[in-house]
Write a protein that binds this ligand. Structure first.
Ligand SMILES: [Zn+2]
Length: 320
């Protein structure tokens, strides 16, 4: 898997990407505007992946959801889009859809991290891999956390096959991000949902875990988990975007401002870039235009992620 994309030319701020709108439209306001409550941001949910894998994911999203994409897929170009938007660091979440591919994928993400100032690598493991050794090796090599995609990997969050991974994460104090909710097309999956997530919290109450997409479609139950457990986090990915009603059939305004303010220490901004059927800025405008205290926004866009990732602010800002 040679990362030939590393050689792709840097994207100029005024050049269209894959037929996308010019980047300048995405970079509004400028990334160093300190009055902008988005800046600096951490995006805890991106999928920087080998391009052939991204292309396959896009094909299936196009087929199943009819989505069209305009963000670029080359790692350096994704990096440029995020930097232009004011993102100081972003988490890359790989996932292994079959046994035997996790090691190579983890190695690829770690290689990308070595050539990016912004990319924070997470690891993946398939439940039918040699789970403990894949995860420990990835942590040893620099992966900051683990991603588990329950419906795609066909495992519940606390599947006994994942035990060695959960133990390694607890031992090393690393967070785990789950696709653990039923959105957008997993209502009938036996692997997701609040009941399945509750098994994880019962067995591993000390872990730091994030349920992506605000736990949609069982948002109230996942918000209750975040209230009850210090280690439970949610990410805003896709669920709080302006287009969420059309893309996943969820209305972001059904979560009250007061709820976001009260739980801002458990909620983190994420985007799903580059596989989103709208421009990158659409992911944040809805949150920015609500009547939320600045402190709430700074938690959601930055501080809560520092805590989840166990990072100091100095480690992610001021590196340009
Ligand atoms: Zn995702």
């Amino acid at each position: 898997m040679s990362p030939e994309d590393a050689d792709s030319p840097p994207v100029r701020a005024d050049s269209p990407l894959d037929g996308a709108e010019p980047l300048t439209e995405d970079a509004d306001p400028p990334s160093d505007d300190r009055s902008d409550p988005f800046y600096p941001a951490i995006d805890v949910h991106t999928h920087v992946l080998p391009e052939r894998l991204l292309a396959a994911i896009r094909r299936s999203l196009r087929r199943e959801a009819g989505w069209e994409f305009s963000l670029p897929t080359a790692p350096s170009a994704i990096d440029d889009v995020l930097r232009a938007a004011g993102v100081a660091a972003f988490v890359a979440l790989p996932y292994a859809h079959e046994p035997g591919v996790a090691r190579e994928l983890n190695g690829w993400v770690l290689e990308r991290a070595a050539s990016s100032d912004r990319l924070l690598p997470f690891a993946t493991v398939h439940p039918d891999d040699d789970v403990g050794s894949v995860v420990r090796d990835a942590f040893d090599a620099g992966a900051r956390g683990l991603k588990i995609h329950c419906p795609v990997q066909e495992c519940r969050p606390a599947d006994p096959r994942l035990e060695p991974a959960l133990e390694a994460a607890a031992e090393r104090d690393r967070p785990i991000t789950y696709h653990g909710g039923t959105a957008p097309m997993f209502q009938d999956s036996p692997y997701v949902g609040a009941d399945a997530f509750a098994e994880l919290l019962d067995s591993y109450p000390e872990l730091r875990v994030c349920c992506a997409h605000m736990g949609t479609y069982e948002v109230d139950r996942f918000l209750a988990f975040a209230r009850e457990y210090d280690g439970v986090y949610l990410d805003t990915t896709v669920a709080m975007a302006r287009a969420a009603p059309e893309t996943i059939g969820f209305d972001p305004s059904s979560i009250a401002d007061e709820t976001l303010a009260a739980l801002s220490g458990s909620i983190m901004y994420g985007s799903d870039a580059p596989n989103i059927p709208y421009r990158y800025r659409e992911e944040r405008v809805e949150l920015l235009e609500r009547d939320l205290p600045r402190e709430t926004l700074r938690d959601i866009f930055f501080r809560t992620a520092l805590e989840y990732l166990d990072l100091e602010a100095e480690a992610v800002v001021g590196r340009d």
